[in-house]
Design a protein around this ligand. Structure first.
Ligand SMILES: [Zn+2]
Length: 152
């Protein structure tokens, strides 16, 4: 090693001096430049192939920008009927939205209630089962004596 920093160039497939590289790039400046030149060429070719259509797009974009300004001035002089219609539509949308939300809330509540009922039922069944076992155990233990006798 002669103390020169080197890096493997992925483009050339060989180790090259670090000074041949641009920043943290993995291919050397020369190959990058080569690559860029080729891309510039193909870009130019593509642009010249599209030619006038590309220019047309630019023009229409500029025209759209101009008409957008026109739209703004239009909204100032608004048709009151259209305004009313829009307001009604907005209200209808809000109402629908609220109804849907309420429906969702009701569905959620119903689902929760069902879940709670199911849980309660399960709890009751479990309790019955436990009481039954306890009762049976108690009955088995106190078989000859009724409860009243034990209390007395
Ligand atoms: Zn290289």
């Amino acid at each position: 090693m002669d103390n020169t920093w080197v890096r493997y160039c992925e483009q050339c497939g060989e180790v090259q001096a670090l000074e041949d590289f641009e920043g943290a790039r993995r291919s050397c400046k020369r190959s990058l430049e080569h690559h860029r030149a080729r891309r510039r060429k193909t870009d130019q070719a593509r642009r010249s192939r599209q030619g006038s259509s590309g220019k047309l797009g630019d023009d229409s974009a500029a025209a759209a920008g101009g008409s957008a300004g026109g739209d703004n001035s239009d909204t100032v002089v608004e048709d009151p009927e259209e305004e009313q219609r829009r307001k009604r539509r907005r209200l209808a949308m809000q109402l629908k939205h609220r109804q849907r939300k309420q429906q969702q809330a009701e569905q959620q509540a119903a689902a929760q209630l069902a879940a709670e009922q199911a849980a309660a039922l399960l709890q009751a069944q479990l309790q019955q089962l436990q009481q039954g076992e306890v009762g049976m155990a108690a009955a088995a233990a106190a078989e000859p004596l009724p409860p009243q006798m034990m209390l007395a």
